[in-house]
Ligand binder design. Structure first.
Ligand SMILES: [Zn+2]
Length: 233
């Protein structure tokens, strides 16, 4: 099976996605969720935080409390557009998920038992950007997929970008919640996505992204025209 044909392993499935912040799913899995829904599958999202520490691209100042409600509204709009079937917001503190790893993993487990997914998708050990909240998602997803014997797919950048993106990502860092980036996982699944779809999803996050800017995260990671996942062995 080539990388191009591999998308069928992720579509028409009951999928549980675990991410840390509103917009993580937009960057990494929105195309997958949309195509999964079109194929008859269901994608449930767990979002650990409401991203109140996210830098605001808004032209007016907002408090962390206001940021939470802005990002919650954006998350609901973007996930509706990308046809996620259900969204669980756990409301852990942004930047503080790792410190509450046990409680976070337990809450994910309760939802996993309810959803009964056929597979789990989250970050890899790289956390894509090295963000510690992302890496906490990886820990939770890996442990649960092992415990329940479920295939675990980790979001990974476009293969052609695996070495070039690290510098760009390091330049973008705006807060102290990051670790070093460990090597990316080689992709085993490629989901082709329409650039117009991805741009539309990310436009639903005006507080986070300016898609007309040149070096946005999806252009740096090569995820504007396809999404890539690596099956954990
Ligand atoms: Zn994030």
């Amino acid at each position: 099976m080539t990388l191009e044909q591999s998308k069928h392993t992720l579509l028409n499935k009951r999928i549980l996605v675990i991410v840390a912040h509103p917009d993580d799913e937009g960057f990494l899995m929105s195309g997958m969720a949309y195509l999964n829904a079109q194929a008859g599958g269901q994608t449930t999202l767990i979002c650990a935080t409401l991203g109140e520490k996210g830098t605001s691209h808004l032209s007016y100042p907002v408090t962390p409390k206001q940021m939470k409600s802005i990002r919650k509204r954006e998350l609901m709009n973007a996930t509706r557009y990308a046809k996620f079937s259900k969204v669980y917001i756990l409301n852990f503190p942004d930047g503080g998920v790792k410190q509450q790893q046990i409680s976070f993993s337990k809450q994910c487990e309760v939802i996993l038992k309810r959803v009964q997914p056929e597979l789990v998708i989250s970050f890899g050990p790289d956390g894509m950007t090295g963000h510690r909240d992302h890496i906490a998602c990886w820990h939770a997803a890996r442990a649960l997929s092992k415990k329940y014997s479920l295939p675990f797919y980790m979001a990974t950048p476009a293969p052609r970008r695996h070495t070039s993106i690290v510098k760009a990502l390091l330049r973008q860092r705006v807060n102290p919640h990051y670790d070093d980036i460990v090597p990316y996982q080689p992709a085993t699944v490629k989901i082709p996505v329409r650039r117009s779809f991805k741009r539309r999803v990310l436009r639903l996050y005006p507080s986070q992204t300016n898609v007309s800017r040149k070096r946005t995260t999806p252009s740096v990671t090569g995820l504007f025209t396809a999404e890539y996942f690596a099956l954990m062995k």
